[in-house]
Write a protein that binds this ligand. Structure first.
Ligand code: UP6
Length: 272
């Protein structure tokens, strides 16, 4: 699958969100997802307005907004339509099936109603997937499982990663791929599912720094996409800095830079 184009791979998925994401990536020639981890709604919208033309996906942590109002979701959704991107709430669900279903559908944020894609830790076992699927599948949503993490000392390695791949392969209609640092195809093949395509979305991407001094580790788009076979680069502070004194022109230029580097790495991967 690492050698197929994004357009070809859209045909490998039955899940609506996965197909839509791959089609958007091909149409916009972008494998960039910007992670917008700022705390003021006005900054949140400014960053998204600036990067919108360059991204296929916007990743949110909606619960870090100090001044959240439901109107932020309306603005986010409208920008998604205007700039042609999907939305990924990085909620990292990790509880029993009944609880994650409530957290996904209800509360202040009602994530399932606006987020095309969300994600979950696999530590609870398969019930985290079935609990989320009961809410998200009827809405055409997709789920990513955290098979690996970008942080120093992560426990998501080895057998944990492999068991996460098995959980994904057991729920192909709802699980569309992973948050991981490398392709999971060889783990899937070892489990006897060589024919199933799954996406890999990768955080911990930066061009100018190798870490943030708080456990985060950065690799370049080339290392992530060309050398490790990942499909989407997730970039946060590499694009908007520390979130203070936002310079919108600079944010736009950085997004364009990461988009170019990410796409080049993909082109080199599919036609080396
Ligand atoms: N994230 C990681 N690593 C993971 C999983 N998720 O960094 O393994 C998320 C963080 C943050 C973003 O929660 O929102 O990706 C990375 O942001 P950064 O580029 O500013 O470091």
């Amino acid at each position: 699958f690492a050698r197929q184009t994004y357009a070809q791979r859209a045909g490998n998925f039955s899940n609506a969100a996965a197909k839509q994401l791959l089609d958007t990536m091909e149409r916009k020639q972008s494998n960039l997802c910007v992670s917008v981890d700022v705390t003021k709604s006005s900054d949140f919208i400014s960053v998204i307005e600036a990067v919108g033309p360059y991204v296929a996906l916007i990743k949110t942590h909606i619960d870090v907004l100090d001044d959240f109002q439901p109107s932020v979701i309306d603005a986010l959704t409208a920008l998604g339509e205007k700039h042609d991107f999907l939305i990924f709430e990085d909620r990292k669900f990790a509880d029993i099936g009944n609880t994650v279903g409530l957290q996904y559908s209800s509360g202040i944020y009602k994530i399932a109603s606006w987020s095309h894609i969300t994600n979950a830790h696999t530590v609870p076992g398969p019930s985290v997937v079935t609990g989320l699927a009961s809410v998200g599948l009827p809405l055409g949503r997709g789920l990513l499982l955290l098979a690996e993490m970008s942080t120093k000392g992560s426990l998501a390695t080895g057998d944990y990663t492999k068991s996460s791949v098995r959980m994904a392969l057991d729920h192909p209609e709802f699980v569309i791929g992973f948050i991981a640092q490398s392709r999971m195809d060889s783990a899937a093949a070892q489990l006897g599912y060589a024919g199933k395509d799954l996406l890999v979305l990768t955080p911990g991407v930066g061009l100018d720094s190798r870490g943030d001094g708080k456990g985060q580790q950065y690799r370049t788009p080339k290392e992530v996409v060309e050398e490790s076979g990942c499909d989407v680069i997730i970039v946060g502070r590499g694009i908007y800095g520390d979130g203070r004194n936002l310079d919108v022109a600079d944010v736009r230029a950085k997004a364009e830079r990461y988009r170019t580097k990410g796409w080049l790495a993909y082109r080199n991967r599919i036609a080396p």
